[in-house]
Write a protein that binds this ligand. Structure first.
Ligand code: LMR
Length: 396
């Protein structure tokens, strides 16, 4: 069975995590994997999560199965977080999933099993694991233009031109906010235009929303999904609580389908559960129960808003500080875009050789395509990073 198994290539991001762990240099800096760290470099558990876990511990009476679709209270909480509290529920169905990745897989399995002639479209660039997760039933994967490496903004004209050529068999994966890996995002007006293109061409919108609340705030970051929900007949959304609740390892996500009407939504819901049953049976409970406790207790919910707001404000401050320091140190505006990007990441647009030099010479780890995890920055390390960046990229 295992004698002739080929060794698979290592995942780009996880491979760097391993390299970082094995690097003996004490001054090493990890700006790779998308995990938020506080000013001491620690990824701590949110107070609200701790409190909800305590309540769960005190009150949970059983560990029996939760059911294929997960906990209805969690699914309802997620629907309110993503679509808004008063959004009508008739056409939307939710299935709790093992992380945002699990939600992506559930939806693509559903598409692959029932419409295998679909084509999946990803942005250029995108999260490196997207293609592997969405590669179901031999559906071809294509790429639409997204990032302009010169301006470090979205190449919206090229993106629009590509989307206008799509048809009903095309499934377009859209990062709802906080684009991973670039940090460059569409404006609300641009989202309006893309929603109209979806209507005109009938492409199927498939949102990945892994960072809601990490850009500006929960509502601002949901503009794209909510606009589409008001505009298109059908769509899917994969969402994650890894980042905004900081419960990465608990694997908490949710898959949404929005259908033309309630009857079709019911069938899609049943089909999603059939998919779930056949690939992992039932989702884990703990993290989802925590989210549901927080969301359904007004006091805890407010505390969570406050904790999330503090995290986002800190990340925006770090962006501004890094951009300003690089402006002064390079005597140029070539890194000013860092302050305008949103979410955990910014694509610096430096060369592979410069990324390697950052790692080998300065023990600073960013992903090979030059994605930097802004959420891993620390004020006390800012000058070290700035000097290293100037060293490997040169002054203007
Ligand atoms: C990332 O992009 O760094 C995170 O989403 C973690 C992962 O699984 O790659």
């Amino acid at each position: 069975m295992f004698a002739n198994l080929p060794v698979p290539p290592e995942d780009k991001i996880l491979g760097l995590m391993r390299q970082f762990r094995e690097d003996p240099r004490e001054h090493k800096i990890d700006l790779c994997v998308g995990v938020y760290a506080n000013e001491k470099g620690e990824t701590i558990i949110l107070d609200t999560v701790k409190e909800a876990e305590q309540r769960l511990y005190d009150t949970q009476k059983t560990k029996t199965y939760v059911g294929i679709a997960g906990d209805p209270a969690f699914n309802q909480a997620m629907q309110q977080i993503v679509f808004g509290e008063d959004y009508p529920t008739e056409r939307i169905r939710a299935v709790q999933a093992p992380g945002g990745s699990g939600a992506l897989r559930l939806i693509s399995e559903l598409i692959g099993r029932h419409k295998p002639d679909s084509r999946i479209w990803l942005s250029t660039p995108t999260w490196p694991n997207h293609a592997a997760l969405l590669n179901v039933a031999g559906m071809p994967i294509g790429y639409y233009p997204y990032f302009d490496y010169d301006t470090k903004t979205v190449d919206f004209e090229a993106m629009k031109a590509a989307l206008k050529t799509m048809g009903p068999q095309d499934v377009v994966v859209l990062h709802g906010c906080c684009h991973n890996p670039t940090g460059a995002n569409l404006s609300n007006e641009q989202w309006d235009e893309v929603a109209q293109i979806a209507v005109d061409t009938s492409f199927f919108p498939f949102f990945d929303v892994a960072y809601q609340g990490f850009g500006d705030d929960l509502v601002t970051d949901a503009y794209s999904v909510r606009k589409f929900a008001d505009t298109v007949e059908e769509m899917a959304v994969a969402t994650s609580c890894s980042k905004n609740f900081g419960i990465y390892r608990d694997r908490v996500g949710c898959a949404f389908v929005m259908a033309k009407n309630a009857a079709e939504a019911d069938v899609a819901f049943k089909q999603l559960q059939t998919v779930a049953r056949s690939i992992y049976s039932m989702p884990p409970d703990h993290g989802a129960a925590v989210v549901s406790i927080i969301w359904n207790d007004p006091e805890l919910r407010q505390k969570w808003y406050d904790e999330l707001e503090a995290i986002t404000a800190r990340m925006l401050g770090l962006r501004k500080m890094l951009a300003e320091k690089l402006h002064v140190a390079t005597g140029s505006d070539r890194f000013d875009f860092i302050a305008d990007h949103r979410g955990m990441f910014s694509m610096l647009g430096i060369t592979t050789e410069q990324v390697v030099a950052l790692r080998e010479k300065h023990a600073i780890y960013i992903v090979g395509d030059s994605r930097m995890n802004i959420a891993g920055l620390r004020i006390d390390l800012m000058d070290t990073l700035v000097n290293a960046l100037v060293d490997v990229t040169g002054k203007e």
